[in-house]
Design a protein around this ligand. Structure first.
Ligand SMILES: [Zn+2]
Length: 387
């Protein structure tokens, strides 16, 4: 009951304000009494927990014109926020039907109605309302963002691209990265359907929109690997370092495989060494370099390399790799890794996550191109351990 009274506040305020305004304009007393009796009838219905009757009374008798629309919009929004979407829709539809609205107000009412439909899961109707709102050219930014959200929910990537482009034109918002991900979604669809030419075309569009799109480059490398073009795959994978070095951990395994196919392991080691200098402390590069030394039978070098790196850049992974190398023949050296265990473990007492969102902090074991937490694209990256 108290909630209903709270809900009434904006209506009550509007009614009082409206009555005052009309007095100043010397509108006849009859309309005041009609207004007040309608208001109190509505209040009575609310007190009797008959909200639908209350809405009918308030909407049918109170005139909605360009001066009184705001409280009604607020009333509808309150219903939506309370989860009473049917009532929110009725209020907003009623507002839209009024003839005295300005184009901007009609646009806002259509936007609110669209939000009601979104909340109700009626995406088709929401889309129609938003598109109608867009025609009024008011609240363009927020309406475009709603449409963008809607098309992403529907996985309608063509429309999502169109809306993101429009949003960039209208508001100057940087949507290039998002558009690149939409093209990647289309490319992945074509990839699943084994349509190589279309896949390539969408990848190119993604990179044209955002040259830093790692996802597009990784797709490109997968296409090249499938065709057995390892040289091209290596070029693509190495490009990732320039695009976004945070994704280095993602490329090491396929890069190593490609070099192995070309019998170019030494070249791979050379690249690893150079990359380690460019990105000191990158755990994945440290692990890859130690693994290479190990594969070449250079256990001792691998051990000393890992010890050296662990002192400066502690990580659970490098520690595990060091311990996996086994007890060295040299007893004195054997004490070194064990003494490191406690020190390193105490510095890394945190839940191990593989990926984390740089925007909202969402963490997980798997890679997501769109963050499940904040819905942003390309913000979930491999977690750099030891930092
Ligand atoms: Zn996030």
């Amino acid at each position: 009951m108290i909630e209903w009274l709270l809900l009434l506040l904006p209506v009550a305020a509007a009614s009082g304000w409206l009555a005052g305004k009309r007095s100043a304009e010397t509108v006849n007393a009859g309309s005041h009494s009609q207004l007040n009796s309608a208001y109190f009838a509505g209040l009575n219905h609310l007190l009797n927990e008959q909200p639908d009757k209350a809405i009918d009374t308030l909407l049918n008798v109170l005139e909605v014109d360009s001066d009184t629309v705001e409280p009604y919009l607020a009333l509808g929004n309150l219903f939506r926020q309370r989860g009473e979407v049917d009532r929110a829709i009725r209020v907003h539809q009623n507002i839209i039907e009024r003839p005295y609205l300005s184009s901007s107000q009609r646009g806002q009412a259509l936007l609110e109605l669209g939000l009601d439909y979104m909340r109700a899961g009626m995406l088709d109707r929401a889309e129609s309302s938003f598109l109608e709102a867009l025609k009024r050219r008011s609240h363009i930014g927020i309406t475009l963002r709603q449409l963008l959200d809607l098309y992403q929910q529907e996985k309608n990537w063509y429309q999502a691209i169109a809306m993101a482009q429009k949003l960039r034109e209208e508001s100057g918002e940087a949507t290039e990265s998002m558009i690149a991900h939409f093209y990647c979604e289309l490319a992945e669809q074509r990839w699943v359907q084994r349509q190589a030419a279309e896949t390539t075309w969408f990848i190119k569009q993604a990179l044209a929109s955002d040259w830093r799109c790692v996802r597009a480059t990784l797709l490109q490398s997968r296409l090249a690997i499938e065709k057995g073009d390892y040289k091209r795959a290596i070029r693509c994978l190495r490009q990732v370092e320039r695009q976004d070095p945070d994704y280095l951990p993602e490329i090491l395994k396929p890069l190593s495989e490609c070099y192995r196919h070309l019998e170019g392991q030494d070249e791979f080691f050379f690249w690893l060494t150079e990359a380690s200098e460019r990105h000191p402390g990158c755990t994945s590069l440290i692990l890859a370099k130690a693994a290479y030394l190990q594969q070449r039978g250079k256990q001792k070098e691998a051990r000393y390399f890992l010890i050296e790196q662990l002192r400066v850049y502690p990580s659970v992974e490098a520690l595990q790799q060091l311990l996996a190398l086994g007890v060295p023949e040299d007893i004195e050296a054997a004490s070194e890794p064990w003494s490191l265990i406690e020190e390193v473990a105490s510095r890394l007492l945190k839940a191990k996550l593989n990926y984390v969102c740089g925007f909202c902090g969402f963490g997980g074991k798997y890679r997501y191109w769109q963050c499940p937490g904040c819905k942003r694209w390309g913000t979930v990256k491999p977690l750099a351990l030891g930092t």
